[in-house]
Design a protein around this ligand. Sequence first.
Ligand SMILES: [Zn+2]
Length: 429
Amino acid sequence: MNLRVEGDRTLSGTNLLQTRALNRRAVFDAVRRSGPVTRAELAQAIGLTVQAISNIAFELESAGLIRQQGKRAGQRGQPAVELSLDPTGGYSIGLSLAYRRVIGVLVDLTGEVVASEARELVEREPDVTANVLGRLVSHLLEKSKLRRENIWGIGCSVPGTVENGAFWYDKVQEGEEWETFPLAAKLEELTGLRTFVENDATVAAIGERLYGIGRVARSFFYLHFNLGVGGGLVLDGHHYRGTFGGAGEIGHMIVKPGGRLCACGSRGCLEQYLSFYSAAETVCGPSRTPDEVPGEELAAYCRQGDPRLVAWMNEAGQYLRIAIRNIEALFDPDTVVIGGGLPAELLEGLIAAASPLLPNMVHRRASPLPRLMPAEHASELPALGAAALPMAVVMQPHASGSAWASTTSGLPMPTNPALAALGIDFSSR
Ligand SMILES: [Zn+2]
């Protein structure tokens, strides 16, 4: 494991370089979250002197990460200069591997999309899929006219459990060859860019943490719908993936002992009752499988008040209540966010069917957030969350402890001076 993070041993370390890198990251993150912001405001938020903030801001500006943006008139003295992220300070690529298609986006430092592209996935054999993703990356680079050196890395969202850069696709649907396919290493080989692969629900949670609900909630659970249902967990501002990358896999929480048989081998798993798949099952008929039902068709049935879907919604809503109550019992989060690839009509119907929620044992003293709320960022752009993965690695205080760090092709990558200013080096492992 060679993902070097200088500030990684702050508790035991007294190394000045480590402290400086950590302080730079703290200032960078504060500007990212609350910019435009003045040096005095940063000093107050981070607990450093204005002089120290000025020095760090100068270093970040020299590295091209932040810039001065206008002035704010104060009550006294000189107007204060406002700092914000320099969008051109770094770029990343997000790839989303969904059931039938792949989506790629290239974003700047602020998460603005610079280039995007989507492709249908006709054949889903692992090597073919990796090649499609590799070509997508080349196209995004061509469209954006950016060089590889400008790109911090690639994030890739996949519908399965990720361990060491390989992931467990649904092998029942996709075949055994996907089992432990080294996707991250393969993409690094094809693109020459450091690649982080992560489960789609965790990616959605990371996207919300950086660009959405994470601005107001320190801890939240993201209940994420794809064909099935999964979950991503953000605790105290950092996502948590578990020892083997399976934290939040709520779709296989048993909600009905002895209930419907699940592909995982258990009976009565949540996703047998609460998922796109189970909703589609009620309308697909004998001529097609549930995964062949388009989302728009379910949405149309929903608008018409189709009795099959109404019955499904009422039952699924009860299981949603159980799920939320169990999530709260385990994690006591600020809120549970619900989103992903479920048509909006179905999502709204589910939230209504789950009301009122089961009583919570914890007294939520005047919490500004409801216990259950729809995701801010959706769903339609899971690739955006994936593009946040390299940024999320940078923002992790203990990045070297991340399981992502072991995803490796062993290939050298371009050194990025902006990343180096933050004490991060993706160039070797
Ligand atoms: Zn299951």
